[in-house]
Design a protein around this ligand. Structure first.
Ligand code: ARG
Length: 450
């Protein structure tokens, strides 16, 4: 029997019933739904809206239902549409008329809103912990590679030498911002909608502050209509997930490039690679590719909810039932990606010597050679041009700058002296960086210490 049957003369069309039901998706919210209902029942008793005994009967039956769900003893039905009505009807089956009193001073609109917020608060906590694990792993790896020199790129062209620790701590900053963003998202999510009723509040003398305290919310939503129509917190969550996935995806792109035969900077562990069904020699970075691919899926989740919300008049509309799939999917995908990614980088092999070899070609000390001439009193623009011509000469001669003789160098500028050679040594180029936050060994030590 439908909980809302009173006004209807005809039964629901079976296709419509199936189309309308969300139980297959929102069954995931069973725990949050029961937690919210228990707090609601307690509040109703505290306010004298239900008797103490009624509230106790509801609470103990809900706890039994919770156990039974977790023990796999309960079958939800699409006839009861969603998790809220499924649990309420089981409650009523079990304790009779008292069960029917639970929905006093409540609507499914504030009920579903509180369920999703409870779910997301937990989800954000888990994601934050995973991001911290990832950053711990990055810190460890960076500490081990403070002396590993590699090419720094712009346009994926060799630019200036850096250390691997510097490169890795750049990602650590990105994930730190993700943690901060999820923290902001938590703040936004941590506001209680329950007690708003369908849209306009309720005639019962409820205590929403008590509800907030019971359910661990730091504040309550202040406008009932907004409380039931708002999915900003879910959109913020999806934005945070999208940005974090984008960061993982960029890192994955680098690992894919770095593990190619052309680069050979790293080798991803066998445990995080797969083979080919036809080419026996292949070892593919599938995990990294999948994380990169799944980023598109998480962006899709964000677009889905933005699009669902864009034309909705206030207050609740059934369109909003479609919010759960993208929210669940984005959280699942990000958590899986973070777990896999962290283990993948913890186990990968870094070919430090290959990185260092790569850093020695590509004229990555050209800027330092120009800076050397600036030190001899020339204007930077002129030095830039002199070194540009010098590089062109080196390309023709198939030599690195440091392989030229002092006589050859003097052909480009009289200012070159013997000390140029130590200035353009790859490690000297790194050490010479003076600005805060630079790749110098000293600066990276500093970066790592905070
Ligand atoms: N299953 C619904 C959802 O997820 C619950 C809220 C239904 N409210 C309503 N007025 N039909 O959005």
């Amino acid at each position: 029997m439908k909980l809302w049957k009173g006004r209807f003369l005809k039964a629901e069309n079976s296709l419509a019933e199936e189309f309308n039901a969300s139980i297959e998706t929102d069954r995931r919210l069973y725990k949050q739904d029961i937690t919210g209902s228990i707090a609601h029942a307690k509040m109703l008793a505290k306010q004298g809206i239900l008797s103490k005994d009624e509230a106790l009967a509801i609470e103990s039956s809900l706890l039994e239902i919770l156990n039974d769900i977790e023990a796999g003893k309960i079958e939800f039905t699409i006839e009861q549409e969603d998790i809220h009505m499924n649990i309420e009807s089981i409650l009523t089956e079990r304790i009779g008329a008292v069960g029917k009193k639970l929905h006093t001073a409540r609507s499914r609109n504030d009920q579903v809103a509180v369920d999703i917020r409870l779910y997301l608060k937990e989800e954000i906590t888990q994601i934050t912990a995973l991001l911290k694990d990832l950053n711990d792993t990055l810190t460890e790896l960076a500490k081990a590679h403070q002396d590993t020199v590699m090419p720094g790129y712009t346009h994926l062209q060799r630019a200036q030498p850096v250390t691997l620790a510097f490169h890795l701590t750049a990602y650590r900053e990105m994930f730190r911002r993700d943690i901060r963003r999820f923290g902001d998202c938590y703040e936004g999510t941590d506001s209680l909608p329950l007690g708003s009723g369908a849209l306009a509040g309720t005639t019962y003398p409820t205590d929403r502050d008590y509800l907030a305290e019971e359910l661990g919310f730091s504040k309550i939503c202040i406008n009932a209509m907004d409380a039931v129509s708002d999915r900003d917190f879910a959109l913020e969550f999806l934005s945070c997930c999208s940005i974090a996935m984008m960061h993982l995806s960029r890192f994955c792109e680098e690992l894919i490039i770095w593990s190619s035969a052309e680069f050979r900077f790293v080798e991803i562990d066998d445990a995080f690679s797969t083979g080919s069904s036809i080419m026996p020699q292949k070892k593919n970075p599938d995990m990294a590719e999948l994380i990169r691919g799944k980023t598109g899926r998480v962006y899709g989740d964000l677009m889905t909810l933005l699009t669902i919300m864009k034309g909705l008049p206030l207050a609740y509309n059934k369109d909003m039932q479609e919010d759960k799939e993208p929210v669940f999917d984005a959280g699942d995908t990000l958590k899986d990606s973070l777990r896999i990614f962290t283990q993948m980088i913890a186990t990968m092999k870094v070919n430090s010597h290959v990185m260092e070899q790569a850093a020695k070609s590509g004229f990555m000390n050209a800027t330092d050679a120009a800076d050397y001439l600036v030190g001899k009193g020339l204007a930077f623009r002129d030095c830039h041009e002199i070194i540009g011509r010098l590089v062109l000469y080196c390309i023709e001669q198939n030599k690195a700058i440091e392989e030229l003789t002092l006589e050859e160098l003097k052909g480009f500028s009289e200012k070159f002296e013997e000390d140029i050679f130590e200035k353009i040594d790859i490690r000297a180029c790194i050490s010479a960086k003076k600005s805060k936050g630079s790749t110098s060994f000293e600066s990276v030590e500093q970066i790592l210490s905070n």
